[in-house]
Design a protein around this ligand. Structure first.
Ligand code: HEM
Ligand code: ISQ
Length: 154
């Protein structure tokens, strides 16, 4: 799979812009995920026993940032190495965490749609189909790698 330098920079540069607004971004990502997959709410330790998505939850923010950052990292690796290696141990850990929380394959589609929509809304005028494609590829490759790890754990 070819992931060009242009695609890598589209992901990197948009993340640089988006990370200046982490509180809003993380809330938006989470809201979209919950709208699509309400049953996933209780998987998240920081959301258990709450009725609403907290507007100001540092844990939620930190988590959402990691999701974006890991996807961004995946884009960089896709360009440099042609595949997602993340650190092997990180991937193993991500596989184990998601398996243990009861994440199912269809959830990956939900998170993907939510992530892409968050990027689109956050970037506004600066958003483009090409940027969308770059995030899509980076996410898909990463999701595949996490799913493989989940499979390997069972
Ligand atoms: C935890 C990233 C897909 C649900 C995490 C963590 C990361 C992460 C980095 C660990 C955060 C930490 O402990 O500091 C990703 C990435 C994904 C992905 C990059 C896709 C490529 C999903 C999907 C779901 C999901 C599809 C299902 C809705 C969770 C849950 C946790 C978690 C429930 C544990 C949260 C807790 O500690 O309570 N994810 N994730 N993730 N993820 Fe994901
Ligand atoms: C963990 N995994 C996937 C998506 C997420 C969104 C917000 C917070 C944590 C997450």
């Amino acid at each position: 799979m070819v992931f060009s330098e242009k695609q890598e920079s589209l992901v990197k540069e948009s993340w640089e812009v988006m990370k200046q607004n982490v509180p809003e971004l993380s809330l938006r990502l989470f809201t979209l995920i919950m709208e699509d997959a309400p049953e996933a709410k209780n998987m998240f330790s920081f959301l258990q026993n709450t009725d609403e998505i907290p507007q100001n939850n540092p844990k939620l923010r930190a988590h959402a940032v990691k999701v974006f950052k890991t996807t961004c990292e995946s884009a960089i690796q896709l360009h440099e190495k042609g595949k997602v290696v993340v650190a092997d141990t990180t991937l193993k850990w991500l596989g184990a965490v998601h398996l243990q929380k009861g994440v199912m394959y269809p959830h990956f589609e939900v998170v993907k749609v939510a992530l892409l929509r968050t990027v689109k809304e956050a970037m506004g005028d600066k958003w483009s189909e090409e940027m969308n494609g770059a995030w899509t590829q980076a996410y898909d490759m990463l999701a595949m790698a996490i799913k493989d790890e989940m499979k390997a754990e069972t």
